[in-house]
Design a protein around this ligand. Structure first.
Ligand SMILES: C[S@@+](CC[C@H](N)C(=O)[O-])C[C@H]1O[C@@H](n2cnc3c(N)ncnc32)[C@H](O)[C@@H]1O
Length: 227
């Protein structure tokens, strides 16, 4: 793994408030690795390197306010670690499992986690669906992975009976919720909540949709009823 180079983007003031002071150095090293190795390995577009903090790290850090203390979190489709590694850095109390099918990306995730000494991160290579029926989590996050309807099918079977899926979304969120009405109903989900998560200081906020189970019985309960 390349060392942080001259290309490392300078740290904006908002980052000093978004990350605990003891973890800011880790966030800076992650930004440096994304801007160098991330670009070289084609995980981040070259133009993204200039806007790494606002568009990526701080945007993902805004999600942390929606995660209960000590949660077991699965980040579906982590890519280069967004939001999974950002959350693991910002919140050492979280236990993060990053699920990503592509080897090139899981190699990068493993290397970054090792280089930064992130003991609260597990990287799992595979599709989210491969974990269905095996494991559940308090929160299942995602960013830029799939339209909501498909994301629900991949993510909700991983959500514990009292947990939630929290998917970062953009301006299309209302349309995506409407398009997912049949899937929401079929899976037994509660009405989705749109979260407008404030940024810290001058930093960007984030929009996300949170979906819980309607009956707090989760997938196991639904299976029992079906049989
Ligand atoms: C557009 S990238 C987004 C990556 C990252 N979340 C971000 O915001 O930069 C979508 C990622 O989802 C992964 N992916 C696609 N289908 C998946 C599935 N069924 N389960 C888990 N990950 C999946 C892809 O390999 C890819 O890394």
């Amino acid at each position: 793994m390349a060392k942080v180079s001259r290309e490392t983007p300078s740290t904006p003031e908002a980052a000093r408030r978004a990350f605990p002071s003891a973890r800011l150095g880790l966030a800076e090293r992650f930004a440096g690795l994304l801007a160098t190795e991330g670009v070289v390995r084609g995980l981040i577009g070259p133009r993204e390197a200039e806007r790494l903090w606002d568009r990526h790290l701080l945007n993902c850090a805004a999600l942390e306010s929606a995660l209960p203390h000590g949660s077991r979190v699965c980040d579906v489709g982590s890519g280069a670690g967004l939001p999974g590694l950002v959350l693991a850095i910002a919140r050492p109390d979280l236990s993060m499992e990053l699920v990503e099918p592509l080897l090139r990306r899981t190699t990068f995730l493993d290397e970054v986690a090792a280089e930064l000494g992130l003991t609260n991160v597990t990287v799992t290579r595979g599709r989210a669906e491969a974990l269905h029926g095996q494991r559940t989590f308090d929160v299942v996050t995602s960013r830029a992975v799939a339209p909501l309807a498909r994301l629900l099918e991949w993510s909700m079977p991983l959500v514990s009976p009292t947990g939630a899926m929290i998917a970062m979304k953009g301006s299309s969120v209302a349309d995506e919720i409407e398009a997912a009405a049949g899937v929401l109903d079929g899976l037994g989900c509660a009405t989705p909540e749109v979260l407008e998560l404030p940024g810290v200081g001058e930093g960007p906020g984030a929009r996300a949709v949170r979906v819980r189970w309607a009956r707090r019985s989760g997938p196991a309960g639904r299976r029992r009823r079906a049989s």
